[in-house]
Ligand binder design. Sequence first.
Ligand code: MSP
Length: 524
Amino acid sequence: MKNKFYITTPIYYPSGKFHIGTAYTTVLADTLKRYYTLRGNDCYLLTGTDEHGQKIEQVAEKNGMTPKEYVDFMAEEAKKLWKKMDIQYDDYIQTTESRHMQIVQKIFKKFQEQGDIYKGVYEGLYCVPCETYFTETQLVDGKCPDCGREVVKMKEEAYFFNMKKYVDRLLKYYDEHPDFIKPEFRKNEMINNFIKPGLEDLCVTRTSFDWGIKVPGDEKHVIYVWLDALTNYLTALGYLSDDDTLFKECWPADIQIVGKDIARFHLIYWPIFLMALDLPLPKTILVHNWIMMKDGKMSKSKGNVIYPETLIDRYGLDATRYFLLREMPVAQDGYFSPEAFVERYNFDLCNDLSNLLNRTVSMVNKYFEGKVPEYRGKINEVDEDLEKACDVQIEKFEKAISDLEISSSLQEIWTLISRTNKYIDETSPWALAKEERKEELESCMYHLIENLRKISICLIPFMPETSKNILNQIGIKDENLKTWDSLKSYDSIKDAKVIEKGEPIFMRLKLEEEVEYIKQEMKK
Ligand code: MSP
């Protein structure tokens, strides 16, 4: 019985140190896992590394290691990074593990027996670093459309997957399942760019290199990385080896997250492989855009690569997670610049969020010796207006995140933060204190604490530590007041006491100094 909410990241090529772009996909997946857990689901998150292919073979040699030594080393590096980023993955799959390789061979055989895979000759334009063949029309200025490098003419005996057989079924599926592809424009892109011009059968083996899973019974061929790579989402669950446990609980996947460059593989070939295996398709494949730099893609040679460690070590994990999730609208490219990072930190985290918490905690201390007053209802229009605004924002937040519009969902929380800051100006608690308007002052403090509690619950998936910290500072200990359901109530805080001396959760950064620091780190 399927009872788990299954989320996957792509499996990364371990061909170099993981930069902020790869971290983004993983943080997104982790955030969704935390959100769906908060909503009461039992989530299962899979990540891993895609370890076969010519490029890996070459990088390993350059590093003086065997390919297996190299990929194992890189898998450890990835795990260290995910630990540092507090990524709550449940399993890590390496495609060089035998639990994966054996099943890929079984799947290949099954496809052969069904007549989906046949032997032929492949002739085409090949990009070695991308390990991909392209047709003449796909090239950009005669070069690889993905990486811009030269392509070479190649001819080899190879196995092909009969994609044409499944195209009509795939189009019908797209049509009948509006939630299958998000955002929706990616579906039209697939249809117009790849399916309408005539979908070619996919070459699924290579003889030009050795580092891969061998074709059973024809060992000079290795299974080409995409058939190998895509099936990780199944093999990690025990598909065809132990189908009755995890596989049954998780499949079909609920959300599979992929970057735009690998959309074609996940939106066309992957569903067709699944149809050929007679398996249900994932419920949603979320395609996100890229993090770009002002001068284009991140690349070592341009000296514009930013690594997550640089930001986490100096500004903390939550600030880094916040920037990535806030600055990257899923459906458009986002831009990283040191200025944008520091400004988001100063404006959103420090001015808006940290100050709201700080002012609230110090006023509750000053006026009520730290004790949060009881709820007195909506005692005037200002309270009524604030409560209404809070409900509206939470509704908008929920809608945005369930549409997988992550950056917008954070924007909705920030609108609530600004609204709450405005409430302080509207009520002028210092004046209420001076004029000894106790009831209004109590109500004002209660509303501020209640809004902060709700803000922290919404922040759990994005900034888990910050959320805990806020709840701790405002004295919310009862676990029932940290749940999604508790967002509905406005009157449930009782006997809370704020901490005596609240530390600011984010301190203002010196713009020029920090911009310079990040720039220097990027040059290293
Ligand atoms: N190994 C394949 C995926 C196989 S999945 C069955 C692969 N690996 S990758 O390491 O090159 O890329 C992994 C993911 O990182 C992709 O989703 C890709 O889009 C994403 N990103 C790589 N650079 C990125 C940015 N600059 N910004 C955002 N995401 C980026 O492709």
